[in-house]
Ligand binder design. Structure first.
Ligand code: AMP
Length: 218
């Protein structure tokens, strides 16, 4: 099963990708996670990416394309993969098609997760993250037990710099300008399925697995 999860920040792609990855045994490749790991480890790539990420802007295509290419040639992706947050620009989508062609891998489906803008802003601005174990919470919808520290490791929760108001506005603008064109890009290739992603994680997951059933058994 080879999938792309497309959608604005905050639509729940990453959460759903974790669930699909666990159930179907396919690798989740999240460029956001890979970049955050590089920032934490203070690698050269991480240092280059950090200022873009803090502002909610896209990291240059060449950087993320290299990251994804490395993952796709890794034998652990042989059973399948979910690309979460990649591609985010038309040049990234074209580069992905080239890498997959070279490796004779077929992309099964692109899932477009849909959530209204006001709901996205609410989800992102209420998000709190653990800087130590990376667990995420939501102040209103999924708070930690005391609302301040991580249930798993006790670390004080923080708001990611790109979940602050100004960065959220930038991320949504960047999405509209640079990522939304991928909807017609993949629709034109008859690869796209739309998924209404409002509702509980479980109800969205139920609908998602119905869409995926046909590709899993294929
Ligand atoms: P995410 O966790 O997917 O929202 O990504 C967090 C941040 O990482 C984004 O706001 C971008 O700065 C950067 N990023 C993640 N994926 C990409 C991508 N495919 N292209 C460029 N920048 C990306």
């Amino acid at each position: 099963m080879q999938l792309v999860f497309l959608g604005a920040p905050g639509v729940g792609k990453g959460t759903q990708a974790d669930k699909v990855s666990a159930q179907y045994g396919v690798m989740k490749i999240s460029t956001g996670d890979l970049l955050r790991e590089a920032v934490r480890n203070r690698t050269k790539l991480g240092l280059e990416a950090k200022s873009y990420m803090d502002q909610g802007k896209l990291v240059p295509d060449s950087v993320v394309i290299g990251l994804v290419r490395d993952k796709l040639v890794d034998p652990s992706s042989a059973k399948g993969f979910i690309l979460d947050g990649f591609p985010r620009t038309v040049p990234q989508a074209e580069a992905l098609a080239t890498v997959l062609d070279e490796r004779r891998i077929r992309l099964d489906r692109v899932i477009n997760f849909q959530v209204p803008r006001a709901e996205i802003v609410k989800r992102l601005s209420g998000r709190r993250s653990c800087p130590k174990c990376q667990a995420t919470y939501h102040m209103e919808f999924a708070p930690s037990k005391d609302g301040l520290s991580c249930d798993r490791c006790g670390e004080a929760l923080v708001q990611r710099s790109d979940d602050q108001r100004e960065a959220i506005e930038t991320r949504l603008k960047v999405y509209e300008e640079q990522t939304a064109p991928l909807i017609s890009f993949y629709d034109g290739k008859h690869m796209l399925s739309h998924l209404d992603s409002v509702g509980s994680v479980e109800s969205v997951y139920q609908n998602l697995t119905k869409v995926l059933a046909v590709y899993h058994s294929a």
